[in-house]
Every structure is written in structure tokens, then in C-alpha cells.
Design a protein around this ligand. Sequence first.
Ligand code: CTP
Ligand code: MG
Length: 216
Amino acid sequence: MNYTALILAAGKGTRTGLSFNKVLYPWQGKPLLQASIDRFAADPDCAQIVLVCAQHEMEEFQARFSHPRLTFAPGGETRQDSVFSGLQQASEPYVLVHDGARPFVSCELIERIKSALETHPAVIPGLPVVDTIKQVDENGFCINTPVRSSLRAVQTPQGFDAKLLKDCLGKAVNEAFLATDDAMAVEQYGGVSVLCVDGDPANVKITGPQDLERLA
Ligand code: CTP
Ligand code: MG
């Protein structure tokens, strides 16, 4: 199956407290982002890698990252805008959208997503939730306790039929529907069920200072 890996790197990394974009944080002698690029570049089914980066960092990223299958797209204000921008360049029938801030993505997880994509047009990885989750109101009072066994904490890469994701995100952008992950736009507009397969506990997103310490 030929697919486009759409790797997101156009955020600011505010929560890390770093003075620069966290995807450039040095790890194992390279910028963090290189790990995700290398993982997808090693997969022969990955026919194209689109790296979405902020306009003001474009030149720097083009100088630091290169691969015969790598192209660049300008990021947007929100993660959803960045995905939509990258999708305009996607040339393959399937797309795997991945956070550049998840350097531990494994080939096993990529294979699990690809294999489910053969029979389902939208597939995301998720982990069972270990804590009880409460929904609270604006004053902090508990209003609902969802059944824990039905909850999943979702990760990337999220895999889609490329046309389906493009159509659904197009509608979301038009209607100013802000989805917090890519699957949400498909749930809202796609008319198909999104399948959640097993995620990988090691596939954490580097988000705060404690995650940077974990890299050391
Ligand atoms: N991202 C993006 N475009 C945006 C916002 C985020 O491409 N407008 C990317 C980030 O670069 C990151 C991924 O989406 O790889 C996941 O987002 P997040 O962890 O929130 O990263 P940042 O937005 O960079 O961090 P923060 O929210 O702390 O500023
Ligand atoms: Mg963010």
C-alpha cells in the first residue's frame, strides 16, 4: 500500500518552556524530528513524506532535513490548519498523519495502522485509560463519569483514505469546526466509523519539561 506520511512540526512547543521549537530539541545527536522522518523513510510503502513546518522556520527546516521522498508544506495557526495544508501536497491514496513530537513511533505500530487501513478507511491508535476520567463544569464540579473501559487515549500516526480525510477536513475548515485530532473531523463529516486499534505505551508525545527529561 502506498501512503503519504504527513509529519507535523509547525507548532511552537510552548509547554516545554524551551526558547525554540521542541521538534528541534537535540536527541541522540540529531533534532528530535529526525527520528520520525527516519522511521517513515525506512518503510518502502511510504512513497512520500510531507513535512509541515511554520513559514518562518521553513528555510531552516529545508536546510536541516532532506530525503529524496521529502517535501515541505507551510503550517497554519492550529494543528488542524497544518494538517489541511500538508494534505494539499499528499499524492498517495492513503495518508498517515503523525506528530513530529512523537519520536518513539515504532515500525510495528505503523504496520498495525497500515494493515487495518486495508479494510477500514480511518484507523487510529489508542491506549486504555488507567485513571478514572471526570467531566467537570466551569466551576470544577463533577458532572459526569464516563465508563472507563470505553475510553481510549489516542496517539498518532492516524491513518486515512486520503480523499476521505481531505473532504472531511475541508468541511471542518469551512464550518470552523475545530477538531482536536484528525479522526474527529472524519467522525463528524465522514459517515464512516473510525477504528481504534492498540496504541503503543512507548509512543509518548513530548509535551512538557518532564518529557524532555525522559529523553536524556
Ligand atoms: N503542530 C502543527 N501546527 C500547529 C500546532 C501544532 O504542526 N499549528 C504540531 C506540533 O509541531 C506537534 C504536533 O502538532 O508536532 C502536536 O502538537 P503539540 O504537542 O500541541 O505541539 P505544539 O503545539 O508545538 O506545543 P504547545 O501546544 O505546547 O505549544
Ligand atoms: Mg499545541
